[in-house]
Design a protein around this ligand. Structure first.
Ligand code: UN1
Length: 480
Protein backbone atom coordinates (compact mmCIF):
# COMPACT_ATOMS: atom_id res chain seq x y z
CA UNK A 1 0.00 0.00 0.00
CA UNK A 2 2.44 2.67 -1.03
CA UNK A 3 0.71 3.96 -4.15
CA UNK A 4 0.25 7.69 -4.56
CA UNK A 5 -3.35 8.87 -4.94
CA UNK A 6 -4.03 11.49 -7.61
CA UNK A 7 -6.65 13.52 -5.78
CA UNK A 8 -9.58 15.40 -7.36
CA UNK A 9 -12.20 17.88 -6.27
CA UNK A 10 -15.79 16.63 -6.16
CA UNK A 11 -18.19 19.06 -7.78
CA UNK A 12 -21.76 18.28 -8.80
CA UNK A 13 -21.30 14.54 -8.37
CA UNK A 14 -18.19 14.40 -10.54
CA UNK A 15 -14.54 14.11 -9.79
CA UNK A 16 -12.99 17.25 -11.20
CA UNK A 17 -9.31 16.88 -11.90
CA UNK A 18 -6.88 19.75 -11.89
CA UNK A 19 -3.17 20.37 -11.73
CA UNK A 20 -1.79 18.88 -8.55
CA UNK A 21 0.97 21.05 -7.13
CA UNK A 22 0.42 19.89 -3.53
CA UNK A 23 1.35 16.71 -1.70
CA UNK A 24 0.21 14.95 1.41
CA UNK A 25 3.12 13.02 2.87
CA UNK A 26 3.21 10.01 5.16
CA UNK A 27 4.37 11.45 8.51
CA UNK A 28 5.82 8.05 9.45
CA UNK A 29 8.06 8.07 6.37
CA UNK A 30 8.18 11.37 4.57
CA UNK A 31 9.73 9.81 1.47
CA UNK A 32 6.28 8.49 0.72
CA UNK A 33 3.74 10.72 -1.03
CA UNK A 34 0.25 9.60 0.00
CA UNK A 35 -1.56 11.93 -2.38
CA UNK A 36 -0.89 14.62 -4.93
CA UNK A 37 -3.39 17.37 -4.42
CA UNK A 38 -5.04 20.15 -6.40
CA UNK A 39 -4.86 23.71 -5.15
CA UNK A 40 -8.41 24.96 -5.51
CA UNK A 41 -9.57 28.54 -5.24
CA UNK A 42 -12.52 30.81 -5.76
CA UNK A 43 -13.51 29.33 -9.14
CA UNK A 44 -13.87 25.81 -7.73
CA UNK A 45 -15.68 27.07 -4.63
CA UNK A 46 -18.10 29.07 -6.81
CA UNK A 47 -18.84 25.97 -8.91
CA UNK A 48 -19.27 23.80 -5.82
CA UNK A 49 -21.61 26.28 -4.10
CA UNK A 50 -23.66 26.66 -7.30
CA UNK A 51 -24.02 22.86 -7.49
CA UNK A 52 -24.99 22.64 -3.82
CA UNK A 53 -27.53 25.43 -4.22
CA UNK A 54 -29.09 23.80 -7.27
CA UNK A 55 -29.33 20.45 -5.48
CA UNK A 56 -30.95 21.89 -2.35
CA UNK A 57 -34.62 21.84 -3.32
CA UNK A 58 -34.57 18.24 -4.54
CA UNK A 59 -32.64 16.98 -1.55
CA UNK A 60 -34.50 18.91 1.15
CA UNK A 61 -37.88 17.92 -0.29
CA UNK A 62 -36.94 14.27 -0.82
CA UNK A 63 -38.45 11.67 1.50
CA UNK A 64 -36.39 11.46 4.67
CA UNK A 65 -36.29 7.74 3.96
CA UNK A 66 -34.10 8.43 0.93
CA UNK A 67 -31.69 10.51 2.99
CA UNK A 68 -31.69 7.88 5.71
CA UNK A 69 -30.96 5.07 3.24
CA UNK A 70 -27.99 6.87 1.69
CA UNK A 71 -26.42 7.53 5.10
CA UNK A 72 -27.11 4.01 6.28
CA UNK A 73 -25.54 2.46 3.17
CA UNK A 74 -22.53 4.75 3.46
CA UNK A 75 -22.16 3.76 7.13
CA UNK A 76 -22.18 0.10 6.15
CA UNK A 77 -19.58 0.64 3.42
CA UNK A 78 -17.30 2.62 5.74
CA UNK A 79 -17.45 -0.13 8.35
CA UNK A 80 -16.95 -2.92 5.82
CA UNK A 81 -13.85 -1.14 4.54
CA UNK A 82 -12.49 -0.25 7.97
CA UNK A 83 -9.15 -1.97 7.33
CA UNK A 84 -8.35 -0.20 4.07
CA UNK A 85 -9.72 3.16 5.19
CA UNK A 86 -8.02 2.90 8.58
CA UNK A 87 -4.75 2.13 6.83
CA UNK A 88 -5.09 5.13 4.53
CA UNK A 89 -5.94 7.32 7.53
CA UNK A 90 -2.91 6.13 9.50
CA UNK A 91 -0.62 6.56 6.49
CA UNK A 92 -1.84 10.08 5.97
CA UNK A 93 -2.36 11.34 9.54
CA UNK A 94 0.11 9.25 11.53
CA UNK A 95 -2.10 7.84 14.28
CA UNK A 96 -1.59 4.11 14.89
CA UNK A 97 -3.42 1.60 12.73
CA UNK A 98 -5.60 0.55 15.68
CA UNK A 99 -6.54 4.21 16.20
CA UNK A 100 -7.09 4.69 12.45
CA UNK A 101 -9.41 1.69 12.23
CA UNK A 102 -11.18 2.77 15.43
CA UNK A 103 -11.79 6.23 14.03
CA UNK A 104 -13.09 4.74 10.78
CA UNK A 105 -15.61 2.63 12.66
CA UNK A 106 -16.67 5.72 14.57
CA UNK A 107 -17.29 7.53 11.28
CA UNK A 108 -19.43 4.59 10.12
CA UNK A 109 -21.41 4.68 13.37
CA UNK A 110 -21.95 8.44 13.01
CA UNK A 111 -23.39 7.92 9.53
CA UNK A 112 -25.73 5.21 10.83
CA UNK A 113 -26.81 7.30 13.81
CA UNK A 114 -27.80 10.20 11.54
CA UNK A 115 -29.53 7.77 9.16
CA UNK A 116 -31.89 7.24 12.10
CA UNK A 117 -32.07 10.93 13.00
CA UNK A 118 -33.17 11.77 9.45
CA UNK A 119 -36.46 10.01 10.26
CA UNK A 120 -36.92 11.58 13.68
CA UNK A 121 -37.08 15.29 12.85
CA UNK A 122 -40.06 16.56 14.77
CA UNK A 123 -41.79 19.73 15.87
CA UNK A 124 -44.34 20.76 18.46
CA UNK A 125 -48.03 21.39 18.54
CA UNK A 126 -49.27 24.04 20.97
CA UNK A 127 -52.51 25.78 21.79
CA UNK A 128 -52.42 29.49 21.09
CA UNK A 129 -53.23 32.05 23.75
CA UNK A 130 -55.99 33.13 21.36
CA UNK A 131 -59.16 31.10 21.01
CA UNK A 132 -59.45 28.70 18.03
CA UNK A 133 -55.85 29.20 17.02
CA UNK A 134 -53.30 26.39 16.85
CA UNK A 135 -49.56 26.58 16.57
CA UNK A 136 -47.17 24.12 15.03
CA UNK A 137 -43.41 24.33 14.97
CA UNK A 138 -41.47 22.63 12.18
CA UNK A 139 -37.81 22.06 11.66
CA UNK A 140 -36.66 22.69 8.13
CA UNK A 141 -33.41 22.41 6.22
CA UNK A 142 -31.44 25.65 6.00
CA UNK A 143 -29.57 25.52 2.70
CA UNK A 144 -25.90 25.18 1.80
CA UNK A 145 -23.42 24.45 4.59
CA UNK A 146 -19.69 25.05 4.36
CA UNK A 147 -17.74 22.49 6.38
CA UNK A 148 -14.10 23.19 7.20
CA UNK A 149 -12.60 20.09 8.77
CA UNK A 150 -9.36 19.40 10.69
CA UNK A 151 -6.60 16.86 10.05
CA UNK A 152 -6.58 15.14 13.44
CA UNK A 153 -9.82 13.21 12.87
CA UNK A 154 -9.71 13.12 9.07
CA UNK A 155 -12.71 10.81 8.62
CA UNK A 156 -14.72 11.06 11.86
CA UNK A 157 -15.07 14.86 11.87
CA UNK A 158 -16.01 15.15 8.16
CA UNK A 159 -18.59 12.44 8.95
CA UNK A 160 -19.94 14.13 12.06
CA UNK A 161 -20.36 17.43 10.27
CA UNK A 162 -21.61 16.10 6.91
CA UNK A 163 -23.97 13.41 8.24
CA UNK A 164 -26.31 15.74 10.19
CA UNK A 165 -26.12 18.41 7.48
CA UNK A 166 -27.26 15.83 4.90
CA UNK A 167 -29.69 13.96 7.17
CA UNK A 168 -31.76 17.09 7.74
CA UNK A 169 -31.87 18.01 4.04
CA UNK A 170 -29.05 20.50 3.58
CA UNK A 171 -26.39 20.42 0.90
CA UNK A 172 -22.68 20.77 1.53
CA UNK A 173 -19.40 22.20 0.32
CA UNK A 174 -16.52 20.75 2.28
CA UNK A 175 -12.88 21.77 2.56
CA UNK A 176 -10.74 19.00 4.04
CA UNK A 177 -7.60 19.88 6.02
CA UNK A 178 -4.36 20.29 4.08
CA UNK A 179 -2.45 17.33 5.54
CA UNK A 180 -5.28 14.75 5.21
CA UNK A 181 -7.39 15.31 2.09
CA UNK A 182 -7.23 11.72 0.78
CA UNK A 183 -9.01 10.29 3.83
CA UNK A 184 -11.78 12.88 3.58
CA UNK A 185 -12.08 12.22 -0.14
CA UNK A 186 -12.57 8.51 0.52
CA UNK A 187 -15.62 9.39 2.63
CA UNK A 188 -17.03 11.70 -0.05
CA UNK A 189 -16.57 8.95 -2.67
CA UNK A 190 -18.37 6.40 -0.47
CA UNK A 191 -21.33 8.73 0.09
CA UNK A 192 -21.67 9.02 -3.68
CA UNK A 193 -21.37 5.27 -4.09
CA UNK A 194 -24.15 4.95 -1.51
CA UNK A 195 -26.47 6.91 -3.79
CA UNK A 196 -26.09 10.58 -2.90
CA UNK A 197 -27.59 12.65 -5.73
CA UNK A 198 -25.21 14.93 -7.61
CA UNK A 199 -24.42 18.31 -6.12
CA UNK A 200 -25.59 17.41 -2.62
CA UNK A 201 -22.05 17.01 -1.29
CA UNK A 202 -19.12 18.80 -2.90
CA UNK A 203 -15.49 18.94 -1.86
CA UNK A 204 -12.86 21.47 -2.83
CA UNK A 205 -9.24 20.61 -2.02
CA UNK A 206 -6.74 23.37 -1.40
CA UNK A 207 -5.25 25.79 1.07
CA UNK A 208 -6.61 28.64 3.18
CA UNK A 209 -8.04 30.55 0.25
CA UNK A 210 -10.55 27.71 -0.33
CA UNK A 211 -11.77 28.12 3.25
CA UNK A 212 -11.87 31.89 2.84
CA UNK A 213 -13.91 31.63 -0.37
CA UNK A 214 -16.40 29.35 1.40
CA UNK A 215 -16.65 31.69 4.39
CA UNK A 216 -17.23 34.71 2.16
CA UNK A 217 -19.63 33.14 -0.34
CA UNK A 218 -23.07 34.80 -0.11
CA UNK A 219 -24.86 31.51 -0.93
CA UNK A 220 -23.30 29.56 1.94
CA UNK A 221 -25.92 29.72 4.69
CA UNK A 222 -24.03 28.05 7.52
CA UNK A 223 -20.43 27.31 8.48
CA UNK A 224 -19.12 24.56 10.71
CA UNK A 225 -15.43 24.73 11.56
CA UNK A 226 -13.05 22.67 13.67
CA UNK A 227 -9.48 23.89 13.97
CA UNK A 228 -7.31 26.50 15.61
CA UNK A 229 -8.53 29.56 17.46
CA UNK A 230 -6.80 31.96 15.09
CA UNK A 231 -8.51 30.57 12.00
CA UNK A 232 -11.78 30.14 13.90
CA UNK A 233 -11.87 33.82 14.78
CA UNK A 234 -11.64 34.68 11.07
CA UNK A 235 -14.42 32.23 10.20
CA UNK A 236 -16.67 33.75 12.86
CA UNK A 237 -15.94 37.32 11.75
CA UNK A 238 -16.64 36.43 8.10
CA UNK A 239 -19.89 34.67 9.03
CA UNK A 240 -21.18 37.48 11.22
CA UNK A 241 -20.44 40.05 8.52
CA UNK A 242 -22.92 38.42 6.18
CA UNK A 243 -25.13 36.88 8.90
CA UNK A 244 -24.43 33.22 8.16
CA UNK A 245 -24.91 30.62 10.88
CA UNK A 246 -21.65 29.58 12.45
CA UNK A 247 -20.38 26.86 14.73
CA UNK A 248 -16.74 26.64 15.86
CA UNK A 249 -14.83 23.93 17.70
CA UNK A 250 -11.37 25.10 18.65
CA UNK A 251 -8.68 24.39 21.15
CA UNK A 252 -8.44 23.02 24.62
CA UNK A 253 -6.03 23.02 27.53
CA UNK A 254 -7.86 20.28 29.29
CA UNK A 255 -7.20 19.60 32.97
CA UNK A 256 -7.13 16.18 34.56
CA UNK A 257 -7.29 16.35 38.36
CA UNK A 258 -5.87 13.41 40.31
CA UNK A 259 -6.88 13.39 43.96
CA UNK A 260 -5.12 11.55 46.79
CA UNK A 261 -7.96 9.05 47.04
CA UNK A 262 -7.60 7.94 43.38
CA UNK A 263 -6.54 4.43 42.46
CA UNK A 264 -2.96 5.00 41.28
CA UNK A 265 -2.91 2.49 38.41
CA UNK A 266 -6.21 3.76 37.11
CA UNK A 267 -5.11 7.39 37.31
CA UNK A 268 -1.90 6.59 35.42
CA UNK A 269 -3.75 4.71 32.68
CA UNK A 270 -6.28 7.53 32.30
CA UNK A 271 -3.53 10.16 32.06
CA UNK A 272 -1.52 8.06 29.59
CA UNK A 273 -4.53 7.65 27.31
CA UNK A 274 -5.73 11.24 27.62
CA UNK A 275 -2.34 12.87 27.14
CA UNK A 276 -0.51 10.64 24.69
CA UNK A 277 -2.87 8.50 22.61
CA UNK A 278 -3.34 9.80 19.08
CA UNK A 279 0.05 11.49 19.67
CA UNK A 280 -1.69 14.05 21.90
CA UNK A 281 -3.21 15.60 18.78
CA UNK A 282 -6.75 15.89 20.10
CA UNK A 283 -8.44 19.08 21.19
CA UNK A 284 -9.73 16.98 24.08
CA UNK A 285 -6.25 15.79 25.17
CA UNK A 286 -5.35 16.09 28.87
CA UNK A 287 -2.40 18.46 28.84
CA UNK A 288 -2.53 19.73 32.43
CA UNK A 289 -2.28 17.02 35.08
CA UNK A 290 -3.27 18.63 38.39
CA UNK A 291 -2.17 16.30 41.15
CA UNK A 292 -2.77 16.41 44.90
CA UNK A 293 0.27 16.36 47.19
CA UNK A 294 -0.27 12.94 48.80
CA UNK A 295 -0.25 10.98 45.53
CA UNK A 296 1.86 13.40 43.48
CA UNK A 297 5.30 11.78 43.61
CA UNK A 298 4.02 8.23 43.13
CA UNK A 299 1.82 9.36 40.24
CA UNK A 300 4.59 11.25 38.45
CA UNK A 301 7.03 8.34 38.85
CA UNK A 302 4.54 5.71 37.68
CA UNK A 303 3.31 7.79 34.74
CA UNK A 304 6.87 8.64 33.67
CA UNK A 305 7.67 4.94 33.56
CA UNK A 306 4.69 4.23 31.29
CA UNK A 307 5.43 7.24 29.06
CA UNK A 308 9.08 6.26 28.67
CA UNK A 309 7.98 2.73 27.69
CA UNK A 310 5.64 3.91 24.90
CA UNK A 311 6.88 2.51 21.59
CA UNK A 312 7.02 5.36 19.11
CA UNK A 313 7.20 4.35 15.47
CA UNK A 314 5.63 3.94 12.06
CA UNK A 315 1.87 4.22 12.42
CA UNK A 316 1.36 1.02 10.41
CA UNK A 317 3.75 -1.11 12.45
CA UNK A 318 1.60 -3.27 14.76
CA UNK A 319 4.21 -2.83 17.53
CA UNK A 320 3.79 0.95 17.52
CA UNK A 321 1.92 2.50 20.43
CA UNK A 322 2.32 6.14 19.41
CA UNK A 323 2.67 7.42 15.85
CA UNK A 324 4.42 10.60 14.66
CA UNK A 325 3.07 14.14 14.60
CA UNK A 326 1.10 14.96 11.46
CA UNK A 327 3.60 17.50 10.10
CA UNK A 328 6.96 19.07 10.62
CA UNK A 329 5.24 22.16 12.01
CA UNK A 330 3.40 20.14 14.64
CA UNK A 331 6.59 18.32 15.58
CA UNK A 332 8.48 21.58 15.95
CA UNK A 333 5.69 23.10 18.02
CA UNK A 334 6.02 20.28 20.55
CA UNK A 335 9.80 20.67 20.80
CA UNK A 336 9.47 24.43 21.06
CA UNK A 337 7.07 24.15 23.99
CA UNK A 338 9.34 21.66 25.73
CA UNK A 339 12.04 24.35 25.60
CA UNK A 340 9.59 26.98 26.81
CA UNK A 341 8.73 24.75 29.77
CA UNK A 342 12.41 24.17 30.57
CA UNK A 343 12.99 27.90 30.43
CA UNK A 344 10.10 28.48 32.83
CA UNK A 345 11.59 26.06 35.35
CA UNK A 346 9.71 22.87 34.45
CA UNK A 347 11.49 19.56 35.07
CA UNK A 348 11.49 17.15 32.11
CA UNK A 349 10.90 13.82 33.83
CA UNK A 350 10.93 11.78 30.65
CA UNK A 351 11.19 12.56 26.93
CA UNK A 352 12.16 15.92 25.52
CA UNK A 353 14.87 14.60 23.20
CA UNK A 354 14.92 14.58 19.40
CA UNK A 355 14.31 11.04 18.21
CA UNK A 356 16.72 9.30 15.84
CA UNK A 357 14.55 6.88 13.90
CA UNK A 358 15.27 4.52 11.05
CA UNK A 359 12.75 6.23 8.79
CA UNK A 360 12.58 9.95 8.13
CA UNK A 361 9.40 11.09 9.86
CA UNK A 362 7.96 13.70 12.21
CA UNK A 363 8.47 11.74 15.40
CA UNK A 364 8.20 13.36 18.82
CA UNK A 365 9.35 11.76 22.03
CA UNK A 366 6.41 11.61 24.45
CA UNK A 367 7.29 14.05 27.18
CA UNK A 368 6.23 14.55 30.78
CA UNK A 369 7.17 17.79 32.53
CA UNK A 370 6.79 18.07 36.31
CA UNK A 371 7.02 20.91 38.83
CA UNK A 372 5.21 23.45 36.67
CA UNK A 373 3.06 26.33 37.88
CA UNK A 374 -0.44 27.15 36.70
CA UNK A 375 0.48 30.53 35.26
CA UNK A 376 3.33 29.27 33.03
CA UNK A 377 2.87 29.36 29.25
CA UNK A 378 3.13 25.56 29.13
CA UNK A 379 -0.10 25.45 31.18
CA UNK A 380 -2.04 28.05 29.22
CA UNK A 381 -1.26 27.56 25.53
CA UNK A 382 -2.39 24.57 23.52
CA UNK A 383 0.50 22.44 22.23
CA UNK A 384 -1.42 19.75 20.34
CA UNK A 385 1.28 17.14 20.77
CA UNK A 386 2.44 14.38 23.14
CA UNK A 387 3.51 16.74 25.91
CA UNK A 388 1.86 16.88 29.34
CA UNK A 389 2.76 18.84 32.44
CA UNK A 390 1.99 18.27 36.10
CA UNK A 391 1.00 20.86 38.69
CA UNK A 392 1.11 19.98 42.39
CA UNK A 393 -1.84 21.14 44.54
CA UNK A 394 -2.71 20.83 48.22
CA UNK A 395 -6.43 20.03 47.96
CA UNK A 396 -9.49 19.70 45.75
CA UNK A 397 -10.45 23.38 45.91
CA UNK A 398 -7.04 24.49 44.69
CA UNK A 399 -7.18 21.86 41.94
CA UNK A 400 -10.57 23.09 40.76
CA UNK A 401 -9.47 26.71 40.75
CA UNK A 402 -6.46 25.86 38.59
CA UNK A 403 -8.53 23.59 36.35
CA UNK A 404 -10.89 26.50 35.68
CA UNK A 405 -8.18 29.14 35.41
CA UNK A 406 -7.46 29.05 31.68
CA UNK A 407 -9.18 30.65 28.72
CA UNK A 408 -10.24 27.26 27.29
CA UNK A 409 -13.09 25.08 28.52
CA UNK A 410 -13.58 22.04 26.32
CA UNK A 411 -13.22 18.92 28.46
CA UNK A 412 -12.23 18.51 32.12
CA UNK A 413 -11.56 15.31 34.05
CA UNK A 414 -11.10 14.11 37.60
CA UNK A 415 -9.83 10.82 38.98
CA UNK A 416 -11.18 10.20 42.46
CA UNK A 417 -13.08 7.69 44.56
CA UNK A 418 -14.94 10.49 46.33
CA UNK A 419 -18.52 10.85 45.18
CA UNK A 420 -18.67 14.25 46.86
CA UNK A 421 -15.77 15.65 44.85
CA UNK A 422 -16.86 13.97 41.63
CA UNK A 423 -20.34 15.49 41.86
CA UNK A 424 -19.03 18.89 42.83
CA UNK A 425 -16.60 18.79 39.90
CA UNK A 426 -19.39 17.95 37.44
CA UNK A 427 -21.25 21.04 38.56
CA UNK A 428 -18.41 23.53 38.93
CA UNK A 429 -15.89 22.61 36.21
CA UNK A 430 -16.00 25.34 33.56
CA UNK A 431 -16.02 23.04 30.55
CA UNK A 432 -18.48 21.75 27.99
CA UNK A 433 -17.72 18.15 28.91
CA UNK A 434 -16.69 16.59 32.23
CA UNK A 435 -15.17 13.18 32.77
CA UNK A 436 -15.13 11.31 36.07
CA UNK A 437 -12.59 8.48 36.19
CA UNK A 438 -12.21 8.69 32.42
CA UNK A 439 -9.73 10.41 30.09
CA UNK A 440 -10.69 13.91 28.93
CA UNK A 441 -10.49 12.64 25.33
CA UNK A 442 -12.60 9.96 23.72
CA UNK A 443 -16.25 10.84 23.36
CA UNK A 444 -19.42 9.07 22.25
CA UNK A 445 -21.02 9.99 18.95
CA UNK A 446 -24.67 10.17 20.01
CA UNK A 447 -24.46 12.96 22.60
CA UNK A 448 -23.63 16.67 22.36
CA UNK A 449 -19.99 17.66 21.88
CA UNK A 450 -18.56 21.09 22.57
CA UNK A 451 -16.94 23.42 25.03
CA UNK A 452 -17.28 26.68 26.89
CA UNK A 453 -15.19 29.86 26.96
CA UNK A 454 -12.73 30.12 24.03
CA UNK A 455 -13.02 26.45 23.06
CA UNK A 456 -16.31 26.62 21.18
CA UNK A 457 -18.75 29.06 19.67
CA UNK A 458 -22.28 28.45 18.53
CA UNK A 459 -24.52 25.41 18.87
CA UNK A 460 -23.23 22.03 20.02
CA UNK A 461 -22.20 19.34 17.54
CA UNK A 462 -23.22 15.68 17.38
CA UNK A 463 -25.99 13.54 18.78
CA UNK A 464 -29.42 15.01 19.41
CA UNK A 465 -27.91 18.50 19.62
CA UNK A 466 -26.90 18.55 15.93
CA UNK A 467 -30.45 19.26 14.78
CA UNK A 468 -30.23 22.75 16.33
CA UNK A 469 -27.48 23.92 14.04
CA UNK A 470 -28.50 22.10 10.90
CA UNK A 471 -32.20 23.04 10.83
CA UNK A 472 -34.23 26.17 11.37
CA UNK A 473 -37.54 26.36 13.14
CA UNK A 474 -40.69 27.62 11.50
CA UNK A 475 -43.63 28.57 13.72
CA UNK A 476 -46.98 28.20 11.95
CA UNK A 477 -50.22 29.67 13.27
CA UNK A 478 -53.59 28.58 11.96
CA UNK A 479 -57.21 29.33 12.72
CA UNK A 480 -60.03 27.05 11.56
C1 UN1 B 1 -12.44 12.73 21.00
O1 UN1 B 1 -11.72 13.10 21.92
O2 UN1 B 1 -12.90 11.57 20.97
O3 UN1 B 1 -10.54 17.87 17.17
C2 UN1 B 1 -12.86 13.62 19.92
C3 UN1 B 1 -10.71 17.23 18.20
C4 UN1 B 1 -12.13 17.10 18.69
C5 UN1 B 1 -12.59 15.71 18.69
C6 UN1 B 1 -12.15 14.92 19.86
N1 UN1 B 1 -12.99 17.94 17.90
O4 UN1 B 1 -9.79 16.72 18.78
Amino acid sequence: MTETIELNHWINGEKVSAERPGESLNPSDTREVVARTPDGGEAEVNAAVAAAKAAFTGWSEASPELRSDVLDRAGTLVMERREALGRLLSREEGKTLAEGIGETVRAGRVLKYFAGEALRVHGQNLASVRPDVEIQTYRQAVGVYGLITPWNFPIAIPAWKAAPALAFGNTVVMKPAGPTPATAEALVAILHEAGLPKGVLNMVVGRGRVGQAIVDHPDVDGLSFTGSQGVGAGVAAGAVKRQARVQLEMGGKNPLIVLDDADLDRAVQIALDGSFFATGQRCTASSRLIVQGGIHDRFVAALAERVAALRVGDALDPQTQMGPAVSEDQMETSYRYIEVARGEGGRVVTGGQRLQMEKPGWYVQPTLIADTEADMRINNEEIFGPVASTIRVKDYEEALEIANGVEFGLSAGIVTSSLKHARDFQRRAKAGMTMVNLPTAGVDYHVPFGGSKSSSYGAREQGFAAVEFFTQTKTSYSAG
